[in-house]
Design a binder for this molecule. Structure first.
Ligand code: GLY
Length: 365
């Protein structure tokens, strides 16, 4: 509290002062270092007319000035306060309100606002409205032009559009970057990663302690005519980033087949396979004379050789994840291999029946 300001807002004729000097007096308090006055210094004394006056949260210093300016020219208090907050709603530097506000977990800016009109005891509000910069104006419109009080979500936006509000992108670059920083640092166990180097550890979902799930099936077969075909299908990695696709739908990664050579397919960490196109590699190795099992081991070794990120390696410097390959050549020979194994098997069947076949591996465990 400063005496200087306290004294300046307690005039002998309060009403006259507020009409003529409030703007200047309050403006003076919004200098580089806004001064603080006691609440009692702005309260009406008994019998006084308490206006015009406007208050706001600290980020509304220009809002109250605007509100007072409009009130001084005859505006209703509701119109005045809405016009006041509009200045902050449209300010991209204020990340708490309107345009430039920080988005929700999915990066979508959703705004809430409500208004109440004292003289008529009416209210209007919008909740989780997207794409409309001036949520407070829409809330006021709900009050004025509906029989309701609350509109939310798409309905609120549709209502705003009906009344001529433009739909705009409210996510500024500043807010987007802030959201990305939040998203990437929220967990060390999901698939959103902050900037990192080859040496970075302790981020990313791939560790032995936190196994991930890749529930994929690959199947290949030779028919009575000697033709070979294959399929790979999956729900993909559990908890993946929306939009992620794995190796399964990538020809040459999740599967590959050459009717003169054989077929190959995969399960396991798709990212490692995509970056090495291993099913294509396996078929080509079989073309060059490798057995199916040797070709699968070759692909496993290729992934090991190409895995450079420390966060993907165990304490022995080996991939902490696993990938499995399955191959069948045109002679009917089969083979499978995985990076980490010991007890792995794959299924095979002939007209005589089915069996499980042991998989080769590079590293035990
Ligand atoms: N291999 C399955 C996936 O990565 O989605």
């Amino acid at each position: 509290m400063t005496n200087e300001i306290e004294n300046s807002v307690v005039p002998s004729s309060r009403r006259d002062f507020l009409k003529t000097s409030a703007l200047a007096g309050i403006a003076a308090s919004f200098g580089v270092a806004p001064r603080v006055v006691g609440a009692s210094s702005l309260s009406p004394s008994s019998g006084a007319i308490a206006g015009p006056i406007a208050i706001s949260s600290r980020n509304g210093q220009k809002s109250v000035l605007k509100a007072i300016e409009l009130i001084q020219s005859g505006a209703d208090a509701l119109d005045a306060v809405v016009a006041g907050v509009n200045l902050v709603e449209e300010d991209p530097e204020d990340t708490s309100v309107g345009y430039g506000g920080l988005p929700n977990a999915l990066g979508i800016v959703q705004l809430d606002s409500a208004v109440m009109h004292g003289p008529t005891c009416r209210a209007g509000s919008v909740g989780a409205i997207e794409g409309i910069k001036y949520a407070s104006k829409v809330a006021k419109m709900v009050l004025e032009r509906t029989d309701h009080v609350n509109l939310v979500g798409q309905g609120a936006q549709d209502f705003a559009v009906m009344h001529g509000f433009p739909v705009e992108n409210l996510l500024t670059e500043k807010a987007r970057l802030e959201w990305v920083r939040w998203r990437e640092n929220m967990s060390t166990q999901d698939d959103y990663l902050p900037k990192h180097s080859l040496e970075s550890t302790g981020i990313g979902a791939v560790t032995e302690k936190i196994p991930r799930h890749w529930g994929t099936i690959h199947c290949s077969a030779i028919d009575l005519a000697g033709n070979i075909s294959c399929v790979t299908t999956t729900a993909g990695m559990a908890f993946k980033v929306p939009g992620r696709i794995g190796d399964s739908p990538i020809i040459g990664a999740g599967l590959y087949c050459d009717n003169t050579v054989g077929a190959a397919g995969s399960t396991g960490r798709g990212e490692a396979n995509i970056e090495n196109l291993c099913s294509f590699l396996i078929v080509e190795r079989m073309r060059m004379g490798d057995s199916p099992e040797a070709a699968c081991l070759y692909a496993c070794q290729r992934i090991v050789d190409h895995t450079k990120l420390a966060r993907l390696l165990d304490d022995k410097g080996r991939p902490a994840f696993n990938v499995q390959f399955y191959a069948l050549n045109i002679k009917g020979e089969v083979g499978g291999a995985e990076i980490r194994g010991g007890n792995g098997t794959f299924a095979a069947a002939t007209p005589e029946g089915g069996r499980l076949v042991k998989m080769a591996y590079l590293y035990k465990g």
